[in-house]
Design a protein around this ligand. Structure first.
Ligand SMILES: C[S@@+](CC[C@H](N)C(=O)[O-])C[C@H]1O[C@@H](n2cnc3c(N)ncnc32)[C@H](O)[C@@H]1O
Length: 219
């Protein structure tokens, strides 16, 4: 399967689970500590681009606080559920790989990409880091999360209850690889946290280890 097919399969999966995902996570912020940390780096009223914005919880959180927000996600169903939950808001339906077609360089103070970039194959992840650097203003910040580990796999999707089928595409990454990639693209890491997650609705048989990084684009 090539990269485009892997991404296409992820889109199909989120179209299928949008309703359940939105009911469980559409309004619930599970990582408030990370959001709060990110906010320390945001200029008042600044602009946030949310990549893989899903059912709108980040919009609900940050728009209330006066930030300008635009989300991008390739699942139409996630968008529909987001609008059901939060009303309409700036939301582009497209693949993260096409993000530069929608915005000028140096146009955002912040990019947010939590629980989304782990669905990108390695070469697409690397290109996305370059694209995010280009879209951020100098001094802008980038919050990303990724799953710690190595290689890629298709995992069971908890909501689809198709145990053993392995359908949802995941890419795991090593910390030194991500740190180097960020550094090579002119980012300075400002904050890092790790969390182990397990239980119902969490991807992976034994749960997974998520890493959160806040990185600042150097001037
Ligand atoms: C686990 S959800 C997270 C949603 C949101 N960030 C949140 O924290 O609730 C992953 C989201 O990333 C989106 N996504 C994954 N790969 C994408 C891609 N290549 N282009 C656009 N959206 C993508 C999915 O459609 C899905 O809405």
């Amino acid at each position: 399967m090539n990269s485009a097919d892997k991404r296409k399969s992820v889109k199909r999966d989120y179209d299928l689970i949008a309703e359940q995902y939105g009911e469980e996570f559409g309004s619930y912020i599970e990582d408030l500590d990370i959001y709060d940390e990110f906010e320390k780096y945001l200029p008042k009223g600044g602009s946030i681009l949310d990549l893989g914005c899903g059912t709108g919880r980040t919009y609900a959180h940050f728009s209330k606080k006066g930030y300008q927000y635009v989300g991008l996600d390739f699942s139409n169903k996630m968008k529909e559920k987001a609008f059901d939950l939060h009303g309409e808001f700036p939301y582009i339906v497209d693949d993260i790989m096409n993000v530069k077609a929608h915005f000028d360089a140096d146009s955002f103070g912040a990019v947010f990409a939590v629980y989304s970039l782990f669905h990108l194959p390695k070469e697409d992840f690397e290109q996305t880091i370059v694209n995010i650097r280009d879209l951020l203003k100098a001094g802008g910040v980038f919050l990303l999360s990724y799953q710690k580990g190595e290689g890629e796999e298709f995992v069971d999707e908890p909501y689809l209850k198709e145990e053993g089928r392995g359908i949802l595409y995941m890419n795991y990454m090593d910390k030194s690889y991500v740190d180097k990639l960020l550094k090579d693209n002119g980012f300075e890491t400002k904050y890092e946290a790790e969390k182990h997650e397990e239980g119902e609705g969490v991807i992976g048989e034994d749960g997974n280890d998520a890493v959160y990084v806040i990185a600042k684009k150097q001037k």
